[in-house]
Structures are given as C-alpha cells and as structure tokens.
Write a protein that binds this ligand. Structure first.
Ligand code: UD1
Length: 465
C-alpha cells in the first residue's frame, strides 16, 4: 500500500481551475463544442473500451472512508470524473492523477476533509455527487449535500438514500436546498429498498462499512458496478457479503485502510460501439470489455440478426446484415439497461418491422426520439413506450444532445445517415464517453469536433445520468 509520502511523488496534481466560486470554470470546459459527422463509412478495426464511469464514481467516493491513499486504475478520462475530483478537492481531499502510461490512474487521499459538503454547483451538474453522503456521515459524522432536484430524464429523488441512512441511525434535516446528515457513529440496521436503486445501494453499502454491528440490505441493485465497489471496499478492510445478489450483508468495522483497485470496463460504452459496428458495415472489435456484463443487450441484438462473436474480453461485430425489429423493455440489471435504450432506438430505426421500446426506469427518457425523427426516423412516443417503424433512410441534420445516452444515440444515427450531421451540446457526451470522436475516427468514421463558436458561459448546464 502506498503511503502519503509516495503519493506526493506522482507528478501531475489535480487543481480545479478557479472561477468565481472555485468550481465553475472546471465544469464549463468544452461546453459549446459540436461534432460534425459524415455518415456512411464502415467501421473497421479495434476500439478499446475505457473504465466504467459508473463504477469509478462510487469508487472515488469510497476513498472518503479512509485516511489512507486509495489508488484507482482504469479511471476513464471523462467530465463526470473531473467533476468528482473537483468535489473531493473542494472538501479537502488530495487527488493526484497519473500521467503518461499511468494516465488512467488516480490516487485519492482523504486524510483531511475540512469541508464535508457537496455544493449545489456540483450536484446540479452530476447527480452522482450524492454518493458522498453515506461515506461522509460514516467517516466524518456529518455531511451537507445539496438536494439534486429534478433532471432531464425524470424526477430522480434520493429519498431512499435518506431513509436508509436514518435506518442506520443518522439524523437528517433538510434546509435551504441542502440535506444535512449527522451521527456520532452509524449503527447497523435492516434496510429494505422500496425500489431498486443503484447509487442508493452503493451509498448505503459504503455507509454501513463503518457502522457498529451488522447491516442487512434487501432488494439491492445487482449491477456489476455495485459488485465492483464491494470488491474495492473489501480490499479496504470492509466485511461485505452478497454484493451482486439482492441481499447484501455488511459487518461494520471501526476503520478502513488504503487499497489499490482496477475499475471494471464500461459496459455501456462497449454496448454503444457494438451497436455502431452492427449498423455501419465493416468489421469492428470492441476490446477490453466484459461480454458477461452485456448479456441482455447481446441477446436482443442476436434476436435482431446482428452478427457478432464474443471472447473473454471482446466482442467482434460485423455490420451490413439485414436487421429485424424486436421489442425491448428496460429493466434493472440483469435486464436490458435503460442506459442502452437510446442507442437501441437508433438501431431500431434501421431494422425491418415495428419495434416497441418500453422505458420502465425513468419517466422522461425519450428526448432523443424527436431528434431521430428530425433525421428521418419514424417514431411515435406514447407515455413510456416508443414505437419505431423501420427501416428508415436517415439523413444528416443539425441536432441537439439532451443527455448523455441520448447523445450516443444521435452519434450512432449520424454514422449511418446520408450526408452531414452537426451535433450540438456534446458536453453531454463528454460526461461519460472518453474521446468518443477519436475512438470512432480510428476505425474509419468521419467525425470531428468543432470548438466553440459562441463565447463560453460561466456555468455548465444541468446534466443527467
Ligand atoms: C444509476 C446510473 C445511471 C443509470 C441508473 C439506472 C450511476 C452513477 N448512474 O443512476 O447511469 O441510468 O442507475 O440503471 O451509477 N429512485 C427513487 N428514490 C431514490 C433513488 C432512486 O425513487 O432514492 C428511483 C429513480 O427515480 C429511478 C429508479 O429509482 O426511477 C432507479 O434509479 P437509480 O437506480 O437510483 O439510478 P441512479 O443510481 O441515479
């Protein structure tokens, strides 16, 4: 385990650039960038998948639970990760980035957390900031976290995080848009989630590691990112059993220590490239992924007639085959992921027949549909169902990203469209996809980033997912 002294040797420290309140400027980067995409090129070659953003975010929050350094490898270089670094630094953490070959390594040391607070400016751009709530109360005895409010894809309350923390003995007050939680020491409890929540499961699992006695959590999320977090926490000295099943048992310990951990590959990024490969023709290998995490998606793609082969850590997809429509309903893992629904809709526009796509997790997650229609797709949205008639010849248009996964859907559509698409507000895609334009260009796509045309505004807009 590296000591704090070793930590000092890592050469490139992360310093959020100071804006009017110390965090705004760091978040406003690339805010006005656009992608210009010319469709029709086959994708040939290999794309390497980055580490999972949704596993890296809770792993970084887990560093709060110990005074010792936590070293995380395979951290994706995406905007949400930069936001979380800004958040941790604003609390007093030391965050060091690897550089050169160690570029995707981050070392976090949360020895001195003078300011256990997540400010509105950060929480409003990234809801996953609420993941610090449980770890802060558990380690520091107090936390002040802005309430996230609504977001583009749905209401997304955090009531289950709060209820769970109360069951672990925290006192919670809500005032001036902030949640304040305090506890001398959390105590084990029995939590039954009313609804399956991914970050809720992660937040409370982290909190319970330092509680006194045993915590049993039922109806937990089964996502691989929850299991990955449990692996890290157990390396730090936690005693967690059952992560990846619906019942998780945690024996609280008095202290956690530092650890080194490699983040799992991003299954949503992998799935996005597999769909792009299926639609574009050519021969694309999506490497450094875990096909075991893509089960529901690959099963559905097989039903549509997508031709692919999996190995232990890659999916090779050949495009240009006739595709058939198939219905999809989003569900919690291991069901079809809501984070792949928008990309699947782009595929459905190219499949013969009628695909009914039902969104069961978020109430307003069809904003890409209208943009796809502007590109020539035939899609009718009725409540939580979108009905896609295909195949449609898509044509390039000026379109806008509305949220992270919607943006990925529009990139895929643009790659198969005739002519040029200009994709605005790509800061959404930069939240969760590392250099997507460079990765796609390396396998033959015609895609380039255009810098800002209009002056940057002071703050980044509200984001989602
Ligand atoms: C996580 C993922 C996000 C993904 C989502 C669903 C991260 C950082 N983000 O988001 O990419 O789309 O899972 O797979 O991992 N709910 C409540 N009360 C709560 C918490 C959640 O009602 O306290 C509801 C939500 O509004 C939603 C559903 O439960 O309808 C599932 O949300 P949840 O699993 O919590 O999503 P996130 O963890 O925010």
């Amino acid at each position: 385990m590296g000591s704090a002294r070793e930590l000092k040797k890592i050469p490139v420290p992360f310093r959020p650039r100071l804006g009017e309140n110390g965090i705004r400027t760091a978040l406003a980067e690339n805010f006005m960038d656009k992608f210009v995409i010319r469709g029709g090129n086959p994708l040939v070659g290999t794309i390497r998948v980055s580490g999972a953003k949704n596993a890296a975010l809770p792993a970084m929050a887990a560093a709060i639970l110990t005074e010792e350094p936590v070293i995380l490898e395979n951290i994706p270089d995406v905007r949400d990760i930069r936001t979380e670094r800004t958040l941790l630094v604003s609390m007093g953490a030391e965050v060091e980035l690897g550089y050169g070959r160690a570029h995707h390594r981050t070392t976090l040391c949360c020895r001195n957390l003078a300011n256990p607070e997540a400010a509105y400016e950060l929480v409003k751009t990234m809801r996953a900031s609420t993941l610090v709530l449980g770890p802060l109360v558990a380690r520091m005895g107090r936390a002040r976290v802005s309430q996230p409010g609504g977001c583009a894809i749905g209401a997304r309350p955090i009531d289950l995080h709060i209820k769970g923390l109360e069951q672990l003995g925290a006192t919670i007050t809500q005032d001036h848009g902030y949640i304040e939680a305090s506890a001398e020491r959390l105590r084990g409890g029995h939590i039954i989630f009313d609804k399956i929540t991914v970050t809720g499961t992660e937040d409370l699992m982290m909190a319970a590691t330092l509680a006194e006695g045993e915590t049993v959590m039922e109806n937990c999320a089964l996502e691989p990112e929850v299991s990955d977090l449990a692996v890290l926490l157990n390396k730090m000295g936690a005693r967690i059993e059952g992560a990846g099943t619906s019942t998780i048992r945690i024996q609280g310990v008095s202290k956690l220590h530092g650890a080194r951990h490699r983040i799992i590959p991003d299954r949503i990024e992998a799935g996005t490239f597999v769909i792009a490969g299926a639609l574009c023709g050519g021969d694309l290998t999506v490497s450094n992924c875990d096909p075991g995490h893509l089960g529901a998606l690959l099963k559905k793609l097989e039903e549509c007639g997508v031709q692919f082969k999996t190995s232990e850590n890659s999916v090779r997809v050949t495009g240009g085959h006739a595709l058939a429509a198939a219905d999809v309903s989003t569900e919690e893992y291991p069901g079809f992921p809501t984070d792949m629904q928008a990309q699947y809709m782009a595929l459905a526009t190219q499949a013969s027949g009628v695909s009914a796509i039902t969104e069961n997790i978020f109430e307003n997650r069809f904003m890409h549909a209208q943009e796809l229609v502007r590109m020539g797709a035939n899609i009718m949205v009725e409540g939580s169902r979108a009905v896609v008639h295909g195949p449609a010849q898509l044509s390039g248009a000026a379109v806008q990203c509305s949220d992270l996964r919607a943006s990925a859907s529009l990139v895929i559509a643009a790659l198969v469209a005739e002519g040029e698409t200009i994709l605005d507000r790509v800061y959404h895609i930069d939240r969760g996809y590392e250099r997507i334009e460079e990765k796609l260009r390396s396998v033959g796509a015609q895609i380039r980033r255009m810098g800002e045309i209009l002056p940057k505004k002071a703050a980044a807009p509200v984001g989602v997912a």
